[in-house]
Design a protein around this ligand. Structure first.
Ligand SMILES: Nc1ncnc2c1ncn2[C@@H]1O[C@H](COP(=O)(O)OP(=O)(O)OP(=O)(O)O)[C@@H](O)[C@H]1O
Length: 368
């Protein structure tokens, strides 16, 4: 399995501002990293540089220790052993499914090519469709063929540029699972660019969050969601409840109550004022008893699988979001108790949420 290593990557297009500003990213052999970030932060540029379609201004790209782009080195795209799955499969419309898949396998004898196409179609769940033409396939099937084509030459790295974008949500889930299974089966290292945070969190081994041409955090989906490296990441990935807090002895005191701090070195030593991060599903509504903070419902939003209630609490300038599994028997104006479960990440010396520019900026930039 082959590691992808990107070091100090910079890119400035002609007559433009720098797009990549010293980007570092390691993807371990056989792992899938999802690259997530606001529109225009340089995700596609990163992918195109790794593929060899765009020359970086500085920095290096290496696969398995072999430098593909770097000072004085530029390996042509077709010699990089990198497969690409684009937004909309971009299959050759005049070639059958089998010939699309084996297009690049000119070194193989015809029977071997046929066998390889059959093998790959099985892998992507399309066994038997060898003779179909692209227009006879659904969008999801076309993307599966595009994946099979990308995997056909046994690339060590596969790049996905928003591969599920054109598909409706019912198809996306199944295809995502199959992409993951196919990558596992082949051992390819993969990078997937996406706008969709749920997709990034659910499909990837690791998530790299890009901001203004750098990686702000690269970690497992759980790390990025539970312990965001910054308030900006907290607000960009998922819904954040950011409240002013005072930390001491591993506990944050907030207007919503006391909450233990998440046990990582950055957080547990915290002492003094800052901001605590909670997620809406960590808040529980219930009887307004003595142990709970009291709040007033200002809005209820039903999402089917869950309901989000906005609760206004004394001492907080903005209502906090509470995610509740299933429907809620509360209405705007009702009084409720509020308790915190789990732990909080703490950002020392951070501005209070009333002027939480970081989150506002992240929200404004987030594209769904
Ligand atoms: N060929 C090009 N020439 C000049 N500027 C470019 C070129 N390609 C991209 N850019 C600029 O570089 C910046 C980053 O673009 P890029 O497509 O990498 O971002 P992105 O994160 O993939 O965005 P999106 O999520 O909207 O697809 C943008 O400001 C874009 O206008």
């Amino acid at each position: 399995m082959t590691e992808l290593r990107v070091r100090g990557l910079t890119k400035t297009y002609r007559r433009g501002e720098p797009v990549l500003r010293g980007l570092d990213l390691n993807v371990a052999g056989g792992e899938l990293t999802a690259v997530l970030g606001p529109s225009g932060c340089g995700k596609t540029t990163l992918l195109r540089i790794i593929a060899g379609f765009v020359e970086p201004t500085g920095g290096t790209v290496a696969v398995g220790g072999r430098v593909l782009s770097g000072p004085g080195v530029r390996i042509r795209p077709e010699r990089r052993a990198i497969g690409i799955v684009a937004q909309e499969g971009a299959l050759f419309p005049h070639l059958s499914v089998a010939r699309n898949i084996t297009f690049g396998l000119t070194a193989l004898a015809r029977p071997d090519r046929r066998a390889r196409a059959g093998e790959l179609l099985e892998l992507v769940g399309l066994a038997g469709l060898d003779a179909r033409m692209p227009h006879e396939l659904s969008g999801g099937q076309q993307q599966r063929v595009a994946l099979a084509r990308a995997l056909a030459p046994r690339p060590s790295v596969v790049l996905f540029d928003e591969p599920f974008n054109a598909l409706d949500s019912s198809l996306r889930g199944g295809l995502r699972d199959d992409v993951r299974a196919a990558l596992r089966a082949t051992g390819a290292t993969a990078v997937l660019v996406t706008h969709d945070q749920q997709e990034a969190l659910s499909v990837a081994d690791r998530v790299a969050v890009l901001r203004e041409g750098r990686v702000e955090q690269h970690g497992t989906p759980e790390e990025v969601y539970r312990q965001p490296a910054s308030m900006w990441v907290a607000g960009f990935v998922g819904d954040a409840v950011l409240v002013p807090a005072s930390a001491a002895g591993g506990i944050a005191h907030t207007p919503l109550g006391r909450v233990p701090l998440t046990t990582d070195a950055r957080t547990t030593d915290a002492d003094g004022d800052g901001t605590a991060l909670l997620r809406p599903e960590q808040l529980r509504l219930g009887a307004a008893d003595a142990s709970a903070t009291r709040g007033t419902v200002t809005d209820i939003r039903f999402h089917g699988h869950d309901t989000v209630a906005l609760i206004s609490v004394g001492g907080l300038p903005r209502a906090v979001a509470v995610r509740h599994a299933g429907p809620l028997a509360l209405r705007p104006g009702d009084s409720t108790g509020l308790t915190i479960t789990g732990t909080a990440t703490f950002y020392p010396d951070a501005p209070p949420p009333s002027s939480d520019a970081a989150t506002a900026e992240a929200r404004a930039q987030r594209v769904r």
